[in-house]
Design a protein around this ligand. Structure first.
Ligand SMILES: Nc1ncnc2c1ncn2[C@@H]1O[C@H](COP(=O)(O)OP(=O)(O)OP(=O)(O)O)[C@@H](O)[C@H]1O
Ligand SMILES: [Mg+2]
Length: 371
């Protein structure tokens, strides 16, 4: 069988995308050399950094793409790091970043949803992670901005244990379960609490909006820290088109605190899409008997007070908590569980309320990659 020529191999490589930059490795100028000797194809690929955590994945994608080609008997992939000049050229080609305004400014297609509550520990982060995975499973492109700079927990919930890659001044989100995430957890060196002064906090959040390669997702979910503080105000300034979802638990005391965060939402004039009541009840897995552990109806009361819908009531379920340890959100781990179905229903309700964004303009991504 005649081996393919170089052009044919390049055409196939053009369909291989860098997992983080999400553009063709040919368009990104990452393919340096293709040598074909009889049926043996050797491909030199340049990585943005020598320590690229996804180099195995890139190698696999290249091998998988070229191996089935007619006449190919062996594929060898050589990986090496780009020079500073090459990296700068690539950085220039993908656009975005600090020199630019917020990618989520007025007129942007991304629907931004902040998840807030007045009180800590009601399940904001669990709800955010699961809503994000639910939206991704529906086929949407989804980003998560973990705005809990001091107490980030989403990386653990999503099972991410590595840092974010930088291309020059641009941070690349880390993908897990189809969701692209940025968190202080990718920058902090270890698990010690991050101590930031107010101005630093503002700077970090601004950076998370403008210096990240968000790449125009359909939805951006923001996990807000507990309380009504500066973070929501900063987010509201940075992303004035954001919507809010308020998470609460049944007891009315929690509802009182949550209503404070609703008041804050009104103050910063972000529309509240609805309320999610979490830890609403418990269904015994062995008997199927349902227990209303907390008296209160806090979710309904808060929704009524705000004049917004109650989007859903998520039961207390061991699998929801387990995700915190296993890094596998319940909507991915056990999509048929009551909690997962209720969270998926909440995601649907949010889409209904904020609308599906216009389709991403075709071709702009690859065109941008050519600079
Ligand atoms: N529906 C649920 N069923 C069982 N456990 C849950 C549920 N929701 C959340 N949890 C657990 O409750 C704890 C608090 O949840 P989570 O961290 O999501 O809350 P939070 O509001 O983000 O907290 P913080 O205010 O500290 O950021 C976690 O251990 C989580 O696994
Ligand atoms: Mg949290």
């Amino acid at each position: 069988m005649t081996p393919p020529d170089r052009d044919a191999v390049m055409a196939v490589l053009d369909t291989v995308h860098d997992p983080e930059l999400r553009r063709s490795i040919v368009a990104l100028n990452m393919v340096r050399d293709v040598v074909i000797d009889a049926g043996a194809v050797t491909i030199d690929v340049k990585l943005t950094t020598a320590g690229c955590p996804l180099k195995d994945e890139i190698q696999r994608r290249v091998t998988d793409a070229v191996t089935p080609m007619e006449g190919v008997t062996a594929v060898t992939v050589h990986l090496e790091a780009m020079t500073d000049e090459e990296r700068a050229a690539l950085r220039h080609g993908i656009g975005g970043g600090p020199a630019h305004v917020s990618p989520f400014a007025e007129g942007a297609r991304t629907k931004v949803i902040g998840v807030a509550s007045g009180k800590g520990g009601v399940g904001k982060s669990s709800v955010t992670a699961n809503l994000a995975v639910a939206l991704a499973r529906q086929g949407h492109s989804v980003g998560v901005l973990d705005a809990d700079v001091y107490g980030y927990s989403i990386p653990r919930m999503m099972g991410i244990h590595r840092s974010a890659v930088m291309v020059e001044d641009l941070m690349l989100p880390v993908e897990a379960h189809g969701v692209r995430l940025i968190s202080m957890g990718f920058l902090a060196k270890d698990d010690s609490p991050v101590i930031w002064r107010g101005p630093m906090l503002h700077k970090a959040l601004t950076s998370f909006v403008t210096d990240v390669f968000w790449d125009d997702p359909d939805f951006l979910l923001i996990d807000l820290p507990p309380g009504t503080g500066d973070v929501a105000l900063t987010i509201a300034q940075l992303i004035p088109t954001a919507h809010m979802v308020i998470v609460t638990t049944p007891p009315l005391t929690a509802q009182k605190v949550a209503s404070r965060s609703a008041a804050m939402a009104r103050r910063v004039s972000l529309p509240v899409v609805g309320v999610i009541e979490n830890m609403s009840y418990f269904v015994a897995p062995d008997t199927g008997v349902r227990y209303d552990i907390f008296a209160g109806g806090g979710g309904e009361a808060l929704a009524t007070e705000l004049g917004v819908p109650l989007l859903g009531r998520v039961p207390l379920e061991a699998d929801v908590a387990r995700a915190g340890d296993d890094g596998l959100p319940v909507v991915a781990a056990r999509p048929d569980s009551v909690a997962a179905r209720e969270l998926a229903t909440c995601a649907d309700a949010i889409v209904d309320a904020v609308g599906v964004p216009d389709p991403a303009p075709v071709g702009t991504r690859d065109a941008a990659a050519h600079g």
